[in-house]
Ligand binder design. Structure first.
Ligand code: AMP
Ligand code: ZN
Length: 485
């Protein structure tokens, strides 16, 4: 097969042709969530765009194996190994154990993903399940002279590398460790950029999860988990590594440092980073405490897939500004799109125009092969709807594109059609009820007149006529009333 995808690679800072190590097969790794809180819709922007990339690779006939970790230990408040363990912070907040918190928010994360049509990766691995793998990797790093012990912790020595900043191309001065103000620098580090592989001398004595290790009882640093989990499941050569742009430094930079030091060769060829979702207060972040979740969107009456479409309308390499006004506009477009598709759902009876379908497919591939330009992909979808081609062909094209876009277009259109049919059936029933009531009232009036005129035979005939239709008349002091038999 011919490789046709052009993708921006953070490593080379260029749009490049994506060529996997083994033709036709892609090994893909994704940094999973830190499960101390709900995922916010910013996190989910990253997972939506990674999902589109994975599905587009599959659509392009690659065999993809995708692995994701779950960070349930070791991620401190500052990405630079200072501050409190996020998991511990979450457990204290909710008066639960770390493992209870991890389970609750991992389940919540996958429920959110399901509502956004994000496919679950082939392998999902919690960090706490791989402690032996981390210990092995750290041992090798020490043996090779890349790691040292200081103050009871094990650190990676970044000065041992010729090129530490391969990914982020940053200035060492700019990257002062402990980036956040008010966070103490760790005096054990030989170099500012060194990072912890294994903590034994924790700043917080009450760290809940600890394991035996050759260096004492402790727990792993955050960065080691992604390197070890990736190598465990995907081997020594990784094609594609994904994450939000905030992960590029220090997390991914440290992953490259320790993986390549451990392996002794280049590790991952392509780095795919998604720019942030921002709101009027800046970057959406869990640590800010207040953030938007999928449940909140649901509560406000939005279909989560509208948020997916909101993300697809902009390019992953541009920051995206969230507002409810913008989301409302997308909701209107989404509903219109679904209504339009519902009007030709039964078009399967006529034959698909294969040549036209191939042209549509080519235009869609061209859009996504161009650095995953999802908004152009959506434009191709709209072009299909407007095209001079039979409806079976339109339907076939939409079905194919939605394997990648995953906007649930056909399912939502079918639902819309059913709702429309139910509404018109209700309206017809209401109309019938009104007509029947008017007829009964007319008959009651006729019977009243007949009785007044002492024409009891005619009055009885009316009672009988109604009875045959299951309507019973009752004469009361207030007048004649009716009910169903
Ligand atoms: P976390 O759960 O904090 O480890 O983050 C999970 C993923 O979400 C990572 O890939 C982050 O880089 C990404 N991320 C965090 N904040 C945002 C944001 N505001 N917009 C897009 N992606 C984000
Ligand atoms: Zn990671």
């Amino acid at each position: 097969m011919e490789d046709k995808l052009n993708l921006y690679n953070t490593l080379t800072k260029r749009v490049e042709r994506f060529v996997p190590n083994v033709p036709g097969k892609v090994k893909m790794y994704t940094c999973g969530p830190t499960v101390y809180h709900f995922a916010h819709i910013g996190n989910l922007r990253s997972y939506i765009m990674e999902d589109v990339l994975e599905k587009f690779l599959r659509f392009s006939d690659y065999q993809v194996k995708r692995v994701m970790n779950i960070t349930d230990v070791g991620h401190l408040s500052s990405d630079a190994d200072t501050g409190e363990d996020k998991m511990l912070k979450g457990a204290k907040r909710e008066h639960k154990t770390v493992m209870e918190i991890a389970k609750f928010y991992t389940d919540a994360f996958f429920r959110d993903c399901e509502m956004l049509n994000i496919r679950k990766p082939d392998v999902v691995e919690p960090a706490t399940g791989c402690i032996a793998d981390f210990i092995h990797m750290i041992k090798v790093l020490i043996e090779k002279g890349y790691a040292y012990e200081a103050g009871g912790n094990i650190y990676f020595d970044t000065s041992k590398l010729d090129e530490y900043y391969v990914l982020s191309n940053q200035d060492a001065e700019e990257l002062a460790v402990g980036v956040r103000e008010g966070v103490e620098e760790d005096g054990n580090k030989r170099n500012k950029t060194d990072f912890v592989l294994w903590f034994t001398k924790s700043k917080f004595e009450d760290q809940e999860l600890k394991w035996e290790s050759p260096w004492g009882v402790g727990y792993p640093g955050w960065h080691i988990e992604c390197s070890a989990i990736s190598i465990k499941h995907l081997g020594e050569q990784l094609d594609l590594h994904c994450g939000g742009i905030d992960n590029a430094f220090p997390h991914h930079t440290n992953e490259i440092a320790q993986s390549e030091a451990y392996l002794g060769h280049k590790w991952c060829n392509y780095w795919f980073h998604i720019l942030h979702l921002n709101d009027s207060n800046g970057k959406m972040a869990k640590s800010k405490g207040e953030f938007l979740t999928v449940s909140l969107l649901l509560e406000k009456g939005y279909n989560p897939l509208v948020y997916r479409m909101f993300c697809l309308q902009s390019h992953y390499r541009k920051p995206l500004m969230f507002s409810f006004e913008a989301l409302d506009n997308v909701a209107a477009s989404y509903n219109k799109l679904v209504a339009k598709i519902s009007s030709f759902l039964d078009a399967g009876v006529c034959a698909v125009e294969e040549k036209k379908l191939a042209d549509f497919r080519e235009a869609f591939f061209a859009a996504l092969n161009n650095d995953l330009n999802t908004s152009s992909g959506l434009t191709v979808l709209y072009d299909v709807l407007k095209a001079d081609v039979n409806e079976a062909t339109k339907l076939a094209a939409i079905k194919e594109f939605d394997k990648v876009l995953s906007l649930g277009l056909l399912a939502e259109a079918a639902k819309y059609k059913e709702e429309l049919a139910a509404k018109s059936a209700d309206a017809a029933a209401e109309r019938m009820d009104a007509e029947l009531t008017a007829w009964i009232m007319k008959k009651i009036e006729e019977r009243k007149t007949a009785k007044k005129n002492k024409d009891f035979a005619a009055a009885d005939a009316i009672r009988k006529e109604l009875a045959e239709k299951g309507i019973v008349l009752k004469d009361t002091r207030e007048g004649t009333i009716w009910e169903l038999a």
